[in-house]
Design a protein around this ligand. Structure first.
Ligand code: NAD
Length: 256
């Protein structure tokens, strides 16, 4: 399918899943506004290989005013956002009693509140143009819990609730809102958890296998490319009645 003439904003797309989704949508012809920390120029060069317009905005997704500036920038530079992929996210692993309060606040701000802010700011333009897609990268942790991930699990459950409300409020329009719920994807966010597990003996390969074996029956990672393909499907006409879904792609994690 072609996304020529559409503009996509992927939050947190200088790395991992966001970058994978940005690549796939650019390949389908979309103009892309990237966002995220780190090497913006490398991400722009990566996505620009597909030939379309690519830019980056450095908004910190924990700051509502910066999100507003980014959406304004998208309006001025691209004419608006047709496809919003709410992907930026962080993780912190600790028991509730030891969970640092500032980490809780940051995770709720970036993983949940930013989804609300970006969505509310792009919706008026989508309504005006009569078409839109909001794709929220939630997680299997939006549907089930795991120990030591209180803030992440709470935020991702919140994202799935917000997805349902957005889907209902746009139900009679050509705007859809859905969540994608990945299992383990080998990105820097997960590599950090593998490295922490391997810290005591340095055996990263074993830590990686143990991480998969605990939760993901396929014993294999989901890839950013596969998530890009699912996001592209959700943009298609065939998916126009997929509304408010929380679509797991998780190597069997939630089948247990
Ligand atoms: P990642 O660490 O590779 O990428 C995160 C991206 O978010 C980066 O571009 C980073 O710069 C950006 N980011 C972080 N804080 C930001 C902020 N305050 N403002 C703007 N950008 C910010 O992580 P990932 O694994 O690709 O995760 C992407 C999304 O997928 C997250 O929402 C995560 O919860 C979700 N997810 C990941 C997995 C997994 O196994 N990796 C599984 C399920 C869901």
């Amino acid at each position: 399918m072609s996304l020529t003439g559409k503009t996509v904003l992927v939050t947190g797309s200088t790395s991992g899943i966001g970058l994978g989704i940005a690549r796939r949508l650019a390949q389908a012809g979309a103009a892309v506004l990237l966002n995220g920390f780190g090497d913006a120029n490398a991400a722009i060069a990566d996505v620009a290989r597909y030939g379309g317009k690519v830019d980056h905005h450095p908004a910190d997704m924990s700051k509502p005013e910066q999100i507003r500036e980014m959406i304004r920038y998208a309006q001025d530079t691209f004419g608006g956002v047709d496809i919003l992929v709410n992907n930026a996210g962080i993780q912190h692993v600790a028991a509730v009693e030891e969970f640092p309060v500032e980490r809780w606040d940051a995770i709720i701000a970036i993983n949940l509140s930013a989804v609300f802010h970006a969505s509310r700011l792009v919706l008026p333009g989508m309504r005006q143009r009569g078409w839109g897609r909001i794709i929220n990268i939630a997680s299997v942790h939006g549907l089930v819990g795991s120990v030591h991930k209180a803030a992440y699990v709470a935020a991702k459950h919140g994202v799935i609730g917000l997805t349902k409300v957005l889907a209902l409020e746009t139900a009679t329009t050509q705007i859809t809102c859905n969540a994608i719920c990945p299992g383990w994807v080998l990105t820097p966010l997960v590599q950090q958890q593998i490295d922490d597990r391997a810290a005591h003996d340095g055996d990263v390969a074993r830590a990686r296998q143990e991480l998969l074996a605990e939760k993901q029956p396929s014993l294999d990672f989901v890839t950013p490319n596969q998530l890009g393909e699912l996001a592209l499907f959700l943009c298609s006409e065939a998916a126009s009645q997929v509304r408010g879904a929380a679509w797991n792609i998780d190597g069997g994690w939630l089948a247990q």
